[in-house]
Design a protein. Structure first.
Length: 196
């Protein structure tokens, strides 16, 4: 039936899921909608929310404890990963979460140092490479360009930021300082009203 052009129930469901995932990834998504989508039953939707650079801290805290490792990997790979959440994810038992965290350029140095001493060699190696500046993780967690490897196209770039003396340069590269926004005030939940 699918080859005939007649939609099958599964195809319609897949199209609906794709639409929700695209909505979860879209810019300018209202905060109220984010709060609805973060509780979606489909992991792909929660992954899209976790990977958002503007994912709020409270949602990151919720997603750091998601039962699906793929959601925690998306969070550990995200460009907007908060330092406190990176510390929580560093305690995760899933190897793919730890590796994504070690590759992420948003992971704080203290967390990378902890991962560099991890008992699993592949995690420790990735964290040491990130600390030494050999690997830059692109937003979204994919490994990027080797830094300091003598590549011809990178040779003419300045080694320090403009106007900064060499001794003030960060040992982990050109990672910008991050300032977290103030924690939002959440009103207490009202108890349900009794039915009359």
């Amino acid at each position: 039936m699918a080859a005939s052009g007649v939609p099958v129930a599964g195809e319609a469901r897949d199209d609906g899921l794709r639409a929700v995932v695209m909505e979860a990834r879209s810019d300018g998504l209202p905060r109220e909608r984010l709060f609805v989508l973060v509780e979606h039953r489909e992991p792909a939707v929660r992954e899209a929310i976790a990977a958002r650079p503007d994912c709020p801290l409270g949602m990151q805290a919720t997603l750091a404890h998601d039962r699906r490792a793929s959601v925690r990997v998306a969070l550990a790979s995200g460009a907007g990963l908060a330092g406190a959440i990176a510390g929580v994810l560093a305690l995760d038992r899933d190897l793919s979460v730890l590796k994504a965290l070690a590759r992420n350029s948003a992971t704080p140095r203290t967390v990378l140092e902890r991962l560099a001493a991890h008992r699993r060699e592949e995690v420790a190696r990735l964290a040491r490479r990130s600390l030494s500046g050999e690997v830059v993780a692109a937003p979204g967690g994919t490994s990027g360009v080797a830094r300091g490897a003598g590549l011809a196209e990178l040779a003419d770039r300045p080694s320090t930021p403009r106007g900064a003396p060499p001794q003030e340069r960060s040992p982990v590269g050109d990672r910008p300082d991050r300032v977290l926004p103030p924690r939002p005030a959440v009103p207490p939940r009202q108890p349900p009203r009794p039915a009359h």
